[in-house]
Ligand binder design. Structure first.
Ligand code: S3P
Length: 163
């Protein structure tokens, strides 16, 4: 296993769990959203607002392809990153794909008022539709962790026990 790729819907804890895992393993951590923000010098929501989702998605794919060269890295992806088959293909080459699962209401509770995600601004029904439409993709991961009743450390420990 050369790297760990964390996928899952927004608010499932990919970034927090990824940091924790990287610390335990002594590996590097990379969050694709943050990397795109650093490279472009602007926030994900600004990219969506100024240039649209298509532009963000192409920046994501450029970045994901570059990650193929890396080793010993925990990668937290954006919720939509695995939807592009090119990205999925790259993930299978990069390492083990681990999906973090949580029901939509748990996710909305966790995110609470501080919602800076452009794709979660339309209310619960739209969020649920998006969540439902993505489950078949997330379910193709090598490992699926149900995070509903777990805190960050428990999720990280469960992963460490299974890999
Ligand atoms: C997105 C998820 C976000 C970010 C962007 C789009 C998505 O990342 O990439 O707002 O399509 O689900 P997080 O899953 O880290 O919130």
């Amino acid at each position: 296993m050369e790297n760990i790729v964390l996928i899952g819907f927004m608010g499932t804890g990919k970034t927090s769990v990824g940091k924790r895992l990287a610390k335990h393993l002594g590996w590097d951590f990379l969050d694709t959203d943050l990397a795109i923000e650093e490279i472009s010098g602007t926030s994900v929501s600004e990219i969506f607002r100024k240039h649209g989702e298509t532009r963000f998605r192409s920046e994501e794919t450029v970045l994901v392809k570059r990650l193929k060269e890396r080793k010993k890295m925990v990668i937290a992806t954006g919720g939509g990153t695995p939807l592009n088959p090119e990205n999925w293909e790259a993930f299978t080459e990069i390492g083990i794909i681990i999906s973090l699962y949580a029901p939509i209401d748990t996710i909305l509770d966790r995110i609470g008022g501080k919602n800076d995600r452009p794709l979660l601004r339309e209310g619960r029904d739209e969020a649920q539709k998006l969540w439902l439409s993505r489950q078949p993709i997330y379910n193709q991961a090598d490992l699926i962790i149900d995070t509903t009743e777990l805190d960050i450390d428990e999720v990280a420990n469960e992963i460490l026990g299974k890999i």
